[in-house]
Design a protein around this ligand. Structure first.
Ligand code: 3PG
Length: 213
């Protein structure tokens, strides 16, 4: 099947920001997900970069109102493990042809990363119209995405990588941006300190980024 755009639009459209989570402490998974959902950010990307990442996904997937996905998905094995753990979406830093082919046989949608017009066009040709711009700030940021809007009007993006509370609005104002991704709402030291009220406040600020001043 082609990329499940309706499902991705639901997930990407749920809030302006998808937190990019790097977490190994399984005990922190539920309070962290609860704080993010309570703050207004229901779509959560758990990167497959820690030994316990899949256990974290399993725990977070039990939290009411959360859409839990995996990030740093690079192989078919990563796809299979993600789905087994209960992921509802998957994110990849890149868009290698094999991964895009493999992901087509699963219902759980993949949001692949691109950083050039050629990569975006290649992904679109394979049926992928929802893409992550990665690493957003390093490859041209909001200016680059603004330049994609006219020639590639069917493609919509989630820029991630260097996005912060300071620059997120620039991206969110663009017609081809549905949401942004970022780790700024889940600082490692705050999680380690168990300060989930702080996380909820960061999430609440992020959830209001599309409000007009
Ligand atoms: C990542 O891969 O870690 C994400 O792109 C998050 O990037 P950020 O830490 O710059 O938000």
């Amino acid at each position: 099947m082609a990329q499940n755009i309706a499902k991705l639009d639901e997930i990407m459209g749920a809030a302006p920001v998808i937190p990019v989570i790097i977490l190994d402490d399984v005990e922190a998974a539920i309070p962290l997900a609860e704080a993010l959902v309570a703050g207004g950010l229901p779509a959560l990307e758990v990167t497959l970069r820690t030994p316990n990442a899949l256990k974290v996904v399993e725990k977070m997937a039990t939290v009411e109102g959360a859409f839990v996905g995996t990030g740093t998905v690079r192989t078919k094995a990563d796809i299979e493990k993600s789905i087994e753990a209960g992921a509802q979406f998957m994110v990849s830093p890149g868009a290698p042809r094999q991964l895009l082919e493999d992901a087509k046989s699963f219902d759980v949608p993949l949001l692949p990363g691109i950083s050039t017009a050629t990569e975006a066009m290649a992904a679109a040709e394979m049926g992928y119209q929802r893409l992550k711009l990665f690493p957003a700030e390093a490859v041209g940021g909001a200016k680059l995405l603004k330049s994609f809007a006219s020639p590639l009007p069917d493609l919509k993006f989630c820029p991630t990588g260097g996005v912060s509370v300071q620059n997120a609005r620039e991206y969110l104002a663009l017609p081809n941006v549905i949401c942004v991704g970022g780790s700024w709402v889940v600082p490692g030291d705050v999680i380690e300190a168990g300060d989930f009220d702080h996380i909820r406040n960061l999430a609440a600020t992020a959830a209001r980024l599309t409000e007009t001043a």
